[in-house]
Write a protein of this length. Structure first.
Length: 286
């Protein structure tokens, strides 16, 4: 019997995961990276860039809800939101669920990622690209945050790992640019890797991001296809109180928003900032 083709992730040299490829839907070398979208019997449609799994239909909601709703409900009155990356549209979808949001700018370097995700992963964006509140900019995220004259209440960096086109989104210049275009009292959050496997990324981000934000911390979310344990999400603000709101305040804001989530809850929001001791120890040395 012929064995099914497998997609083997290459993020780590000595450890990893693989997926059966039941059907290749799209594969191409874009202007910036290798892109493949395929079907898998357990996780539905899967997208990978340069050998690394980016998103799947089955578990995308965990990542997108946690990277979006934690900063937006903590802020409480964000009108203008900037998304860096996020070409699959999942963050855009979740941001636009917040009724107080008036305008969202999404800056993605690879236009083909957006187009292929519209075609093959339409549930990720769920019509968000057609929302009149959304503005899509094809540009380098670092250049955008360092040159734009616009200002934002919340900035969400939904980047790949720090390699290839995503590497600059973990640089001091990027964090400095985000602080530059963030309104007073604003919040910036960013994907920051799986801390058990990529603890060095946590330490590096603390050193770089901490130069620009008085309150720099991390929170966590378990996303099954980001293999190796919990994912850390970086948080930056100059207002530490936004990270310390009690659960009843968050619950009231969620109730007022009036939409239902699949993973995020007010209790998870508050508990997500509790980090494992090995992460606390790593940060203490920074």
């Amino acid at each position: 019997m012929t064995q099914p083709q497998r997609y083997i992730e290459t993020l780590y040299a000595g450890y990893g995961q693989s997926f059966t490829i039941d059907k290749v839907l799209f594969e191409s070398k874009t202007e910036h990276q290798h892109l493949i979208i395929f079907e898998n019997r357990d996780f539905g449609r899967v997208m990978a860039l340069d050998g690394v799994i980016q998103t799947t239909e089955r578990d995308e909601f965990i990542y997108h809800e946690m990277l979006t709703h934690v900063p937006l409900f903590a802020h409480g009155k964000a009108r203008r939101v900037l998304i860096i990356g996020g070409g699959d549209g999942g963050i855009l979808r979740e941001v636009l669920r917040h009724p107080e949001v008036e305008q969202v700018t999404m800056v993605e370097i690879d236009a083909q990622v957006i187009e292929m995700c519209k075609t093959y992963l339409p549930g990720h964006s769920d019509g968000a690209f057609d929302d009149p509140r959304a503005t899509i900019v094809i540009n380098d995220g670092v250049e955008f945050v360092n040159t734009t004259e616009e200002r934002y209440d919340v900035i969400i960096s939904d980047s790949t790992d720090p390699m290839g086109p995503g590497e600059v989104l973990f640089s001091s210049r990027f964090y400095n640019g985000c602080k530059r275009c963030l309104n007073a009292g604003g919040v910036m959050v960013a994907q920051n890797g799986v801390c058990f496997m990529q603890l060095g990324e946590v330490s590096t981000t603390r050193k770089r991001m901490g130069l620009d934000f008085a309150d720099q911390q991390f929170y966590a979310a378990p996303v099954p296809t980001y293999v190796g344990g919990i994912m850390t999400l970086a948080w930056g603000s100059d207002d530490a109180s936004l990270r310390q709101l009690p659960v009843d305040v968050i619950a009231e804001r969620v109730a007022q928003a009036g939409f239902k989530t699949r993973y995020y809850t007010p209790s998870i929001h508050v508990g997500a900032f509790a980090l494992p001791q090995y992460v606390v120890d790593a940060l203490a040395g920074c």
